[in-house]
Ligand binder design. Structure first.
Ligand SMILES: Cc1cc2nc3c(=O)[nH]c(=O)nc-3n(C[C@H](O)[C@H](O)[C@H](O)COP(=O)(O)O)c2cc1C
Length: 502
């Protein structure tokens, strides 16, 4: 826009303001007065835009350029509502989101007319069913025992559970609904690294996560966070038996090698008190632990935590990076005869409340590659029967759960799918404190929209429906246990149009 056009816009608003003001004065009409006011505001904005020096676009195209920011902000919603097809949205396409919503609401969960997928496209996957399905009642309960010979109190876990998401990343209403839903459906809820809040105590089984910030289980000395035995015991004992397992987080798929991030806008006084940090500041956990520094000291720490809990299953969570490090760790486990009860593998495709883009996009191994590797390594060193593998990475459908287990996991965790069950609309504003459905925000006005008493049933319904569907599919494959499904039961179409098993 040249200077002439800018002057024209300015002139137009001055003219409009004067004309409408005069008309309003003459006619004393309320409507006209409002119009005059609006155009006067427009005039002020135009002048402000021309005078500011930060945005060239705004100086050159006063007022009009603001539309760009508005559309930019609303882009993902416009995309989702008007442009996206049923099968091409990310990270969860409309079809997958609708599947969770319908299961959570207990609505009709069938589809008309046939698949929308191109079954001849590279990457298309399907499960091999049997000519002789078994009655679904014959499928064994979808549960498994977690706990090695080292642990005193093995835990009987569902094969599908809520992955780590902290109070802080999520609102109190969301945490309440998730834990109460877990209680109704008899599955577990991982606290995430933000400590154990009162909202976690709704009767659901808890996996307490120890992060590098040691929130709820540590103390600060000289500005550095350390694990603290007394604080840890106080937290675990305070949950009155609800804590069934403890997970030590090394890394997470969305930001491996980067500590947790709680933006200042979400760090309220209450959250700061639970975590033992300063309120209204960005809380950046370090990427490393101060409780250990190598494989051997990590195994010692696992044993230490196991003793502190009186013998609960203790695990580690990581996103796979350098494979040799993992092989060395497993060798050390054999050498010391000391190992965790479970290992949670988080895929590079995993979710987060907040992470730097490059860590999300380009660091960390995708789930299925990591899972195959971990399963094979533990088998090779004779530890697979002892250690339970838990896996997370974009699982939401019954097919995702079966595929993950077929690829080597014993248990599947999901974070974002359970957010969807709460009503998440994938606005992707978890890092801004503006989550429009009150799930990933600390804004009290937005949280009011989320009723935990209603939503807990959605969480439980989703879990029940998706696990029932898993059992239906296992029966259709002619099996009586989910653990009979192997990777060669899943076929994939390759680039050359042929079929091969996974
Ligand atoms: C809002 C949000 C908060 C999260 N917070 C944590 C956390 O505190 N600790 C952790 O280990 N992982 C955290 N994660 C990662 C999840 O636990 C999970 O590993 C990852 O999202 C993969 O699961 P999904 O693909 O089903 O979402 C978080 C994820 C989300 C979406």
């Amino acid at each position: 826009m040249n200077t002439l056009t800018r002057h024209k816009i300015l002139g137009f608003f001055i003219g409009l303001t004067l004309t409408l003001s005069t008309l309003a004065y003459m006619l004393s009409s309320v409507g006209m007065a409002v119009l005059a006011m609006v155009s006067a505001i427009g005039l002020c904005v135009v002048i402000k835009d021309i005078r500011q020096t930060r945005h060239a676009l705004l100086r050159n195209y006063p007022l009009i350029a603001r539309l760009r920011w508005i559309f930019e902000d609303e882009r993902s919603k416009i995309q989702q509502y008007f442009i996206e097809h049923d099968t091409n949205g990310t990270p969860y396409n409309r079809e997958k989101r609708a599947d969770v919503y319908q299961k959570a609401k207990g609505e009709i969960n069938t589809t008309p007319f046939g698949t929308q997928l191109n079954t001849y496209e590279a990457g298309y996957e399907f499960l091999k069913h049997s000519m002789f399905p078994v009655p679904v009642e014959k499928v064994r309960p979808l549960r498994t025992i977690v706990g090695t010979s080292k642990c005193k109190f093995p835990y009987n876990a569902s094969i599908f559970n809520i992955s780590a998401m902290s109070y802080g990343a999520l609102s109190e209403a969301a945490v309440r609904a998730l834990n109460a839903g877990a209680s109704i459906g008899n599955f577990y809820h991982n606290t995430g690294e933000g400590g154990l809040s009162p909202y976690h105590k709704q009767g659901g089984d808890i996996v307490f996560q120890i992060g590098t910030g040691y929130f709820g289980c540590g103390a600060t000395y000289d500005g550095v966070r350390y694990f603290n035995n007394e604080k840890f015991k106080e937290t675990i004992d305070g949950a009155m038996g609800a804590v069934k397992m403890v997970e030590i987080k090394l890394s997470q798929g969305a930001k491996p090698g980067h500590g947790g991030i709680l933006p200042a806008s979400k760090n309220t006084q209450e959250i700061a008190t639970i975590r033992g940090v300063e309120p209204n500041t960005d809380v950046m956990s370090p990427p490393y632990h101060t409780a250990f520094h190598d494989a051997s000291s990590m195994l010692d720490f696992i044993e230490h935590v196991r003793i502190l809990t009186g013998g609960l299953p203790i695990g580690i969570k990581l996103c796979m990076g350098e494979e040799m490090e993992f092989i060395d760790l497993v060798k050390k486990m054999v050498e010391k005869n000391s190992f965790p009860d479970f290992i949670t593998i988080d895929g590079g495709e995993g979710g987060t409340g907040a992470a730097p883009l490059v860590f999300t996009n380009h660091i960390g191994m995708p789930l299925f590659d990591a899972l195959k590797f971990v399963d094979a390594t533990l088998k090779k060193h004779g530890l697979r029967d002892e250690i339970t593998i838990i896996a997370s990475g974009k699982a939401s459908t019954s097919f995702d759960i079966i595929k993950t287990i077929a690829m080597g996991a014993d248990i599947v965790n999901a974070a974002r799918a359970f957010m969807l069950s709460l009503g998440c609309i994938q606005a992707r504003e978890c890092n801004k404190n503006t989550c429009p459905v009150g799930i990933a925000t600390q804004n009290k006005t937005l949280i009011k929209g989320l009723n935990p008493y209603e939503k807990k049933f959605r969480v439980a319904n989703y879990h029940k429906a998706v696990t029932h569907e898993v059992a239906d599919i296992v029966a259709a494959m002619g099996y009586t246990s989910i653990y009979q499904v192997e990777s060669d039961d899943i076929m994939v179409r390759t680039e050359d149009g042929k079929l091969r098993d996974l």
